[in-house]
Design a protein around this ligand. Sequence first.
Ligand code: BGC
Length: 353
Amino acid sequence: MELTIEQEPFGQAPDGTPLSLYTLRNRSGMVVRITNYGGIVTELHVPDKHGNLADVCCGFESPEPYFKDSPYFGALIGRYGNRIAKGSFELDGKRIQLGVNNGPNHLHGGEQGFHRVVWQAVPVVGDLSIGLKLSYLSKDGEQGYPGNLEVSVHYELNDANELLVRYHAVTDQATPVNLTHHAYFNLAGHGSVLGHELVINADRFVPIDAEAIPLGALASVEDTPFDFRSPHTVGERIDDGHEQLANGGGYDHCYVLNKPESAMLSLAAVLREPESGRVLELYTQEPGIQFYSGNFLDGSLTGKGWQYGYRGALCLEPQHFPDSPNRPDFPNTILRPGETYATRSLYRFAAQS
Ligand code: BGC
């Protein structure tokens, strides 16, 4: 048996560009489907403790729902994942105005962010892994961002049920870059995620206002419902009235990861679904992880035979902190000509009885 990748047609983009769907299979039964529209992972089949596969991510069977309704299901996000207040910031003495698409703020790269562009896709076949390399040229001025940004994202699946995502970008003008992946997980395959157990390796998080824009200082998770340093179910404290949970409508916060060394791929979060025994370990090089508990899912979307209900899936998005271009106190997100943006995140799936 071999690691395989197959390509099939997946309709066409709104501008008529033919789309493809790639199916990656490893030798442990895991199946990942990825389309070159938005670099979206549409399906992710992983075994439970009995070896039974379930599709553990939200998505659709056809491309059309991704064109407008999808809340970034499974997509690549850029140029800037998360929010930039009022879509505005100063860069080298010049005020930049991005498009606003989330109330008065800029979210996930804008209306036509990287989740809504067609990527060039090249399968990469190796002995130990099977991959898909996606490339995109984001032109100067796109969604208001300065500079031509050449981006590539490389998905790689191996037999240890690990999906590695590697991001690269170079630019010809200074520009903010904060790429991430927006998978919505439900390790049971459907139902509520409130019973999932979560660990997040973070002593601090980024408090937000009612528009989900960061407030002044970072806050300690100690003695709050944000403390996931030891396992807690997602639902245990989500409705306990904490002001920050009210601002997010639940968890919708960036955690400041505890890191042995900033550039290392380190364990950020562990998600476990007790009945199936499925476990997701997430490793990243990024300084933060946005934990979003699916608070805006409301049952109005259906895909792959599953209705996406309130808190029916959750996101763990490795990234830099929100609104960093306006926050000199946060780690830098400005990429300059001559520099290379390079970061990696690894999703390791396992099952425990
Ligand atoms: C954000 C949420 C947002 C969701 C998109 C998440 O990354 O944190 O506030 O609603 O993306 O639907």
